[in-house]
Design a protein around this ligand. Structure first.
Ligand code: FES
Length: 149
């Protein structure tokens, strides 16, 4: 038995929305200093603030691929403020869970989406309510908490 749910395996083996968007409205790149994995998200946002398209690229582990794939599916077609509410916990739930040691991998997708939205807001000169400046390294200033799992 794999430690991964069928949904995780499916999204890992058949990732949705992999690739890049030329002239994207916003691009966000984040990394995990511990494992060295990197994720980049491209967003295409229309004038009504709706995410029309989203693509991702990753140099990451299987769980990072699966969570990014699911996260892109969840934000596609959403308004910016609704996309902001999609947390890594929601992504994991949609995937029927992740093994505890892989929970941190799901943060890459959430942070990369926030970084892409931040980039979009900066380009447009607007402020997105509730969006904080994302960290480029998801472990910046964080305690060694994964070690306890
Ligand atoms: Fe690095 Fe999963 S081990 S993102």
């Amino acid at each position: 038995m794999s430690a991964y749910s069928e949904k995780v395996m499916d999204h890992f083996q058949h990732p949705r929305n992999m690739g890049e968007i030329e002239n994207a409205s916003g691009v966000g790149t984040v990394g995990n200093a511990k494992c060295g994995d990197i994720m980049r998200i491209f967003l295409d946002i229309d004038d009504d603030g709706i995410i029309r398209d989203v693509k991702f690229k990753t140099f990451g582990c299987g769980a990072a691929v699966a969570t990014s794939s699911m996260a892109t599916e969840l934000v596609k077609g959403k308004r910016i403020e609704d996309a902001l509410k999609i947390t890594n916990a929601a992504v994991m739930e949609a995937l029927d869970g992740l093994p505890p040691v892989k929970v941190h991998c799901s943060l890459l997708a959430e942070e990369a989406i926030h970084a892409a939205l931040w980039d979009y807001a900066e380009k447009k000169g607007i402020k997105i309510e509730g969006l904080e400046k994302p960290k480029s390294d998801i472990h910046e200033g964080e305690e060694e908490e994964q070690e306890d799992y």
